[in-house]
Design a protein around this ligand. Structure first.
Ligand SMILES: [Zn+2]
Ligand SMILES: [Zn+2]
Length: 363
């Protein structure tokens, strides 16, 4: 039995409450992870705002975590006590058609841990979001959820690889497979959008246009590799992108906002003939997009990107190496650090557009 403190969402649009909780010992195929750091991702905020009503409550939120394996359950073979791990929110089964073909990000069998925490005292059950629940000081996760990494990787930076960085960098280098010398537009300069910018830079794109409505975010995007910026509250982004690319549009246009319809359509319109439009943003449930039946006629490819087509057991280590060799900027990403008790302040900072990423640090 492990005791933990976790930030629990009981009701949409209400602040999270930090509670004393308990977890059972890890059962077969599960490990107990002492959380060291957790990123605060936009998806957590979608859930707080009630935009993803299918997520069950009450729940310890957080799905972007890194920590240390403290105990292993029976049958666990790939992890041992003391391993430093990044948690994946899409643990693969390894055996279905998608996994065998090398696409575990769209695994057909949901292997997220079903372990629930209990409120100390009342015994009321609390879900752990996405089988991770990284806003808790401990979690029990399924074996494929926890991916061991080098021990000299700092936890705060490592946690970001668990969601935002993998989603964005992976969208550029795995899903789109951006080619050297090409042109890229990225709609949205949040944590994911800036990671797409970084992925495009690492892949060798030579023109990277960041689109956002906030100048401070566009400024940040430049630090991560954007060569041009467009403030879409001041000018039409499709026209601006066409102007910047000799009238052709970009080879790759990424939607990395996932809030409203317009940018989904604009990314298609900003894509050149035979180019690729990549929808990365996780939209609110029920949001529809209407496009012209001719929108992709000039042989454009429209593709979604789930978790940046990340294969956690391959890609997490790659991103750690890219960080260690200075190619993937993560230190600059962490705008603010908070304690667990300050979790609602972290959401406030996100709402105000003040941060690339906030990280919660556990002792
Ligand atoms: Zn996330
Ligand atoms: Zn699978």
């Amino acid at each position: 039995m492990a005791s933990l403190r976790g930030a629990v969402l009981y009701e949409h649009k209400k602040p999270l409450k930090v509670e004393e909780l308990e977890l059972p010992d890890p059962g077969p195929g599960h490990v107990l992870v002492k959380m060291m750091a957790s990123g605060v991702c936009h998806s957590d905020w979608h859930i707080v705002k009630g935009e993803w009503p299918s997520v069950p409550l009450p729940s310890v939120l957080g799905h972007e975590g890194a920590g240390i394996v403290e105990a292993i359950g029976p049958g666990v073979t790939t992890l041992k006590r003391g391993d430093h791990v990044i948690l994946s929110w899409m643990p693969q089964c390894g055996l279905c058609e998608m996994c065998v073909k090398g696409f575990p990000q769209v695994c057909n069998n949901d292997r997220r841990g079903q372990v629930k925490a209990k409120l100390k005292g009342s015994g009321k059950e609390v879900f752990m979001l996405a089988g991770v629940g990284s806003f808790g000081s401990y979690s029990i996760v399924s074996e494929p959820t926890a991916v061991a990494i080098d021990k000299d990787m700092p936890f705060a930076q490592a946690s970001l690889i668990g969601c935002g960085v993998s989603t964005g960098v992976g969208a550029a280098i795995n899903t789109a497979q951006v080619q050297p010398g090409t042109t890229v537009a990225v709609f949205g300069a949040g944590g994911v959008g800036m990671s797409v910018v970084q992925g495009a830079r690492i892949a060798g794109a030579t023109q990277i246009i960041s689109v956002d409505m906030l100048d401070n975010k566009l400024q940040m995007a430049k630090e991560f590799g954007a060569t041009h910026t467009v403030n879409s509250s001041k000018e039409d982004p499709v026209e601006a992108i066409k102007r910047l690319t000799g009238g052709q549009g970009v080879h790759y246009a990424f939607e990395a906002i996932g809030l409203v319809e317009k940018p989904f359509v604009q990314t298609i319109d900003a894509t050149r003939h035979r180019g690729m439009t990549i929808w990365v943003g996780h939209a609110p449930e029920g949001l529809n997009v209407t496009i012209s039946a001719r929108a992709v006629l000039y042989e454009k490819t429209l593709i979604g990107s789930m978790y940046g087509s990340t294969r956690p057991h391959v890609d997490f280590a790659r991103y750690v190496q890219l960080y260690k060799t200075g190619k993937l900027k993560l230190d600059e990403f962490i705008t603010k650090r908070f304690t667990l008790n300050q979790v609602n302040d972290a959401f406030d900072a996100m709402a105000k557009g003040q941060v690339a990423r906030s990280v919660l640090l556990f002792e």
